[in-house]
Design a protein around this ligand. Structure first.
Ligand code: PEP
Ligand code: MG
Length: 316
């Protein structure tokens, strides 16, 4: 029965009453595109461009090499959208030419957008390469910055995009609690938000995502994390803008329904999870997702939150 449901799972993501939730793929480069297309992804919600930088930690790839890689991903979704994240180096993804070697706490140091603002030439090359790569294509290009802390970060990124002549929507990832708490202020500078729930959990719970001993606190069902998702989604709705999720949380079918109930407007995940999330979403109405979200937020632990959502949706 489950197999049949998955086989029948095609088309755009939506709840059973037709509330659309685009299902997008997380990719690391052109090699991940065929699986995304095969799974029926409506585009890319997170293109982790740092993979292009891993071949040579001593310097950035040339503009030409970047144009080529970006173009291959953009061309695959002529009717969809592709959200490209500019380089997220540092912490768990150090690069010799960008990442300071002497930081006591690299996850709290110069990483993500912070590194790029310290190396404007690297950001400029990336944005210029994207502007060239999208020329003549019909895809909707969106570009976002990792590790945005506040409005000033969002403005610095949007300014750099404009200076590069990039015709795209500019967005901010919400990975730091300060950005979720002041999401409306961040949205004065950018057109969309994308929740990176992996880092958002790490920074909300002071729990290193690379340390197994604290993995309990990395659980995206934690009610405190759901609260920050709700705050971000409500701010985006109030500003008439979108707020997606591109962290691992979006790949859990039940949690995807809860995120939808919290007001998230798109879900991006590894391609393999898309059919499961599509079929879960299609099983419930938006109102049922909203009730599951409220029930999950009313609990005090990840385990209770999951059970509460399950109870609402199974009795649905
Ligand atoms: C995240 O932090 O949730 C995210 C999507 O980015 P990454 O996992 O690449 O840090
Ligand atoms: Mg992240």
């Amino acid at each position: 029965e489950r197999k049949a449901a998955l086989a029948a799972s095609t088309g755009p993501g939506a709840t059973s009453d037709g509330h659309k939730v685009p299902l997008l793929a997380n990719v690391g480069g052109p090699a991940d595109v065929p699986a995304a297309v095969e799974a029926g992804a409506e585009g890319v919600g997170l293109f982790r461009t740092e993979f292009l930088f891993l071949d040579d930690s001593a310097k950035a790839p040339s503009e030409e090499k970047q144009v080529e890689a970006y173009r291959q991903v953009l061309e695959a979704f002529p009717e969809g959208r592709v959200v490209v994240r500019v380089l997220d180096a540092g912490a768990d993804k150090p690069l010799d030419f960008l990442t300071p070697a002497d930081e006591p706490n690299p996850a709290l140091g110069v990483r993500g957008l912070r590194s790029l603002l310290d190396h404007p030439d690297v950001l400029r090359t990336q944005l210029t390469a994207l502007a060239k790569a999208v020329e003549g294509l019909s895809v909707q290009l969106e570009v976002m910055a990792p590790m945005v802390a506040d409005r000033a970060d969002a403005k610095a990124f949007a300014d750099a995009c404009r200076a590069a002549g990039l015709r795209a929507k500019f967005g901010a990832m919400v990975e730091i609690p300060s950005a979720a708490l002041r999401a409306r202020s961040v949205l004065q500078e950018v057109e969309f938000l994308s929740l990176g729930t992996n880092d958002l959990a790490q920074y909300t719970f002071a729990a290193d995502r690379q340390v197994g001993a604290v993995s309990r606190l990395q659980d995206p069902w934690q009610p405190a994390l759901l609260d920050l998702v709700a705050l971000s989604a409500e701010a985006a709705r109030a500003e008439g803008k979108s707020c997606g999720v591109c962290g691992e949380a979006a790949a859990d079918p039940l949690l995807a329904c809860v995120l939808t109930g919290l007001g998230v407007t798109s879900l991006s995940m590894g391609a393999a999870s898309i059919p499961y999330v599509r079929s879960a979403l299609a099983s419930y109405t938006l109102a049922q997702c909203e009730r599951a979200a409220a029930a999950a937020r009313a609990t005090d632990s990840a385990e209770e939150a999951r059970k509460a959502a399950e109870a609402v949706l199974s009795g649905a």
